[in-house]
Design a protein around this ligand. Structure first.
Ligand code: F6R
Length: 617
């Protein structure tokens, strides 16, 4: 979603700002802009479309200067166009601001300023912030100073209802940037003789490996050789921590891959190994998850588990539900994070809540976490981004360690989350009825998974051929049962988000209850039918599709040659325990979506309308 990069230092600002925006490009955006202070002027370039278009503008007409702010916008209020792109300015044109988030009361705040003669140029909710801050700055009078700017920012933010991550600069205070956050991430990146503001430290990883993640209501003044962090209310922030950013600029490089999505699909054996690393204990015949910070007795007292998340993370939670119920015999329920706080589920004191989020910044999941914590429930995060807001606010949980996921479509984060749910189910199960030998068997099965994923990946070229065969389909149906029902949902999500083909995912046996009406020759059905307890029932559903001339692509287990007799195309995965099969069966579906999207000429890593990290409700 929207991205912010700010720079103050000795180097020319615009190349650094453009480079930072490019590193955030994967998150999804529809316009981009930057502003620099160049001597006595603010230079602004902004436009609809890709960062390359912005770079071309800067090339044509340089924006010089050693201080600047920049932004990628994902439209919420007002169309994606040049005027609505950030930065926005105050009435004097001397203050520039970029903003992530939504100002809910912007209409109410705007009315008195319009009455006072302020002219608004855009349809955005953001522009009001620039006017408010500029107005307070001008009204304050006196000497131009960073303190005067800081107080104006504070005064404006106190009036705001909504969410924000902002970076502000003022022509009269050219030696400082001001940043603030509430509900939308912002960090201060530390360099030598230069400092940064960014919505994600990944943006400035080439220049700074140390970051301070601002907390809600923090305000930071960033200068070339220093910074101060305070709060919106006034005074200094209670505490802050300097975090070493645990990846390098090489981790976010594409290497020899044509797209990040393909790179990340191929990184899955590694991601699963990293999710397991140091967490399997042969001695205990179980899992060790120190991050959850619970004693065996506390774990024993858990009588119900709730999992919440959005999109792919929600789907991993659905597999988690099957895992926790079958391995730990605990009641488990999964709820969309966006519904969690509105549903108001009855939960008792021994309910344990898991919030799953790759980015750790998804606003719906964050809202669910806050609601759960407000009610006093132990709430644990399963996050990839260390020091993300969800990870921080949960205070405990399990990190995924999957490395940066750049492609908008989640791939390696899904298999990483499945691995973690298996570990959680093993941990909870071993405290209950799972025997030592059951535990050892699960450990052995888990350890074999990365190598089995490698075997699935070897079939990428064959899956490419299948993708080409069905790329013209008008729609696709994805079906699976039990552990693989959520995989059907995930397969459908992956296919539709990057190919724009209409897809549905269902439990196979629901076919005859309605959506069989959709089956026809240009509506292929993808069946996830490993050699498990549900095999015969899946075959039955395949027969029903074939009887109606529906083409069938099946994902089955090596050795089940009978599948090839009824399905049009079969992709085989190695045999494994039923409960681990989603870790293998999802991989061909990711590759099928990827190759179909490439065949159709789609922008695989940046599909239309989507953003990597959804920080607005
Ligand atoms: C799908 C996808 C989204 C995310 C969802 C949650 O490929 O990427 O559905 O899974 O927006 O994101 P996180 O996990 O960052 O909370």
């Amino acid at each position: 979603m929207c991205g912010i990069v700010g720079y103050i230092g000795k180097s020319s600002a615009s190349p650094i700002l453009l480079d930072g925006l490019r590193r955030l490009e994967y998150r999804g955006y529809d316009s981009a802009g930057l502003a620099t202070i160049d001597g006595g002027r603010i230079e602004t370039r902004k436009c609809k479309g890709r960062i390359q278009a912005l770079a071309d503008l800067v090339k044509e007409n340089a924006a010089a200067g050693h201080v600047g702010i920049s932004h990628t916008r994902w439209a919420t209020h007002g169309q994606p166009n040049d005027v609505n792109a950030h930065p926005h300015f105050d009435a004097s044109g001397r203050l520039a601001l970029v903003h992530n988030g939504v100002i809910e009361n912007y209409q109410a705040l705007r009315a008195p300023l319009v009455e006072a003669g302020h002219k608004f140029r855009s349809q955005t909710d953001t522009e009001i912030l620039a006017h408010l801050i500029g107005n307070l700055y001008d009204e304050a009078g006196g000497e131009h100073s960073k303190t005067r700017l800081l107080e104006a920012v504070r005064g404006a933010l106190k009036q705001v209802i909504g969410t924000y991550g902002i970076a502000v600069m003022h022509l009269d205070v050219p030696d400082a940037l001001v940043g603030a956050r509430r509900g939308s991430p912002l960090s201060v990146g530390l360099g030598k003789g230069e400092n940064f503001l960014s919505s994600d430290p990944q943006a400035v990883i080439a220049y700074s490996q140390e970051a301070i993640f601002l907390k809600d209501y923090d305000v930071a003044v960033v200068e070339r050789d220093g910074f101060q962090i305070g709060t919106v209310e006034g005074g200094v922030a209670g505490s802050y921590e300097v975090t070493k950013v645990d990846f390098t600029s090489d981790d976010v490089k594409l290497g020899d891959y044509p797209h990040y999505m393909l790179k990340e699909i191929f990184e899955q054996p590694h991601a699963v190994r990293d999710a397991l690393r140091g967490r399997l204990s042969v001695e205990d015949a179980g899992a060790r998850l120190g991050g959850i910070d619970m004693t065996p007795q506390e774990l024993r007292e858990v009588d119900r588990v709730i999992i919440t998340g959005c999109g792919t993370a929600y789907h991993s939670g659905l597999v988690g539900e099957y895992l926790i119920e079958s391995l730990a015999h605990l009641p488990c329920e999964v709820e969309f994070a966006s519904e969690f706080r509105y549903r108001n589920m009855p939960m008792d004191k021994d309910t344990l809540v898991f919030a799953v989020s790759q980015s750790g910044e998804t606003i719906d999941t964050l809202a669910a976490v806050r609601e759960s914590l407000r009610k006093g429930h132990r709430t644990l995060g399963i996050c990839n981004n260390v020091a993300s807001t969800i990870a921080r606010e949960c205070g405990a949980g399990v990190y995924m360690h999957a490395g940066p996921e750049i492609g908008v479509a989640a791939t390696k984060s899904f298999t990483s989350q499945l691995t973690i749910f298996t570990l959680i189910a093993l941990l909870l199960g071993r405290i209950r009825h799972l025997s030592n030998s059951d535990g050892l068997k699960i450990i052995k099965e888990l350890q074999a998974i990365p190598e089995k994923i490698e075997r699935v990946l070897e079939q990428s070229d064959r899956i490419k051929e299948i993708a080409a065969k069905y790329a013209g389909a008008k729609g696709m149906l994805f079906m699976g049962r039990q552990f693989n029902y959520p995989v059907a949902l995930e397969g459908a999500l992956k296919m539709k988000e990057i190919t724009y083909i209409q897809c549905e995912g269902h439990p196979s046996a629901e076919l005859k209850h309605g959506f069989i009406a959709l089956v026809e020759p240009d509506m292929p059905s993808v069946f996830i039918t490993p050699d498990d307890a549900m095999y015969d029932s899946n075959i039955n559903s395949i027969e029903q599709v074939k009887a109606r001339q529906g083409p069938v692509i099946a994902v089955g287990t090596e050795g089940r040659r009978d599948l090839a007799k009824i399905a049009d195309d079969v992709i085989y995965v190695p045999p494994c325990a039923d409960y681990l099969s989603p870790l293998l069966t999802v991989v061909p579906l990711q590759l099928l979506s990827y190759h179909t999207a490439v065949h159709l000429g789609r922008d695989v890593d940046k599909p239309r309308n989507l953003a990597k990290s959804v920080t607005v409700e």
